[in-house]
Design a protein around this ligand. Sequence first.
Ligand code: ZN
Length: 417
Amino acid sequence: MREDVQNAVNHVDQHRLWQRHVEMAKIGAIPGSGVNRAAFSKEDIEARKLLISWARARNFTVAMDAIGNLFVRRAGTDAHAAPVMAGSHMDSQPRGGRFDGIYGVLAALEALEAIEEAGATTRHPIELVAWSNEEGGRFAPCTMGSAVYTGAKALSDFLAVKDNEGIALGDALAETLAATPATGKRERNAPAAAYVEAHIEQGPLLEQEGKTIGVVTGIQGLRWFNVEVFGESAHAGTTPVGARKDALRDAIAAINALHELTRDASDTVRFTVGRMLVTPNSPNSVAGHVLFSVDVRHPDLATVARLGDAVEPAVRNAAKHCSVKVTPTLHDDPCAFDPAVADCIERAARALELPHRRMASGASHDAMYMSRVCPTGMIFVPCESGISHNEAENAKPEDLAAGARVLTAALLELANR
Ligand SMILES: [Zn+2]
């Protein structure tokens, strides 16, 4: 590792990074060590103010765009060079944890602090970004800030979206923009030289294998379906079993067939039926109608396509007594990150002698949209038992700091290309 990079990495302060997680976790704290910080809520505004106060203390430039994405910039030596960006999100699930999202923001701030303290110069500016409304828990859909920033979606598509209390996103956003202390304006879709997002893994692999760093190669693809099985409701005591059109029995047969279809010795395919609605849902009635959800994921484009296409035939074949309807509800192709950014992250992990492995992300992230507009990568750190989207989410201070060190080294390399 180059001496100036090592010097900056040495300035990453585990205690400061941990304390900032503790401070942020007080905003929207809920019982069980969790956090409820919905997008564009008063807690979100408070978190933004705290982040801005830390940025201002270092004289970093703070800016915001029209959807409230927040940018903290340390200047580079080339005034025309696009920024190398790093960040994640500050909003949480309604019963979220203290690390999902906020870690990537605070790790980026720690990298900026360390680089500043080391007095390192970079050709490109380095810019922290805190994306608006990544979780989508209050205003659907998720990853809204990065979708709008990269031009994948238009801001106007979302202004009328309402939360459960009938508040329009446009109003909550306007309130957030007005409450955030005077910041510069930032154009949407401004060019970026690269983007690196640090995040807790939200799965168990790193912990199980004793690895500190996940070098993320991409985000797996997914396909969602709603399956409906149409039977005939009947009396459980009087209707002979052989004469029934039992929608639940056929739904179970269909789900078992889908488990067979997605059986995978390497345990890479993710197959989930997480939702089932049974009608009339009565102990002494044969089910007349069943709706269940299907979620299939895999990192490989051809595999996602093959499995997704096989869902409907498998369900039809398995449902012996009823008719079925299969409706696709979501289709995201896998996204592959830039191999050069993954190499850069891996080099940093190796130089810092941190145990690491390459892996695909099981969850979606803002990095998915950024990967469409610039070279992108992600750094995963372990979280306890892989638990996330849960108050019990936990991570170790030393792992968080290790990820911030890798991020610092990677940003310095990318910002001097
Ligand atoms: Zn997240």
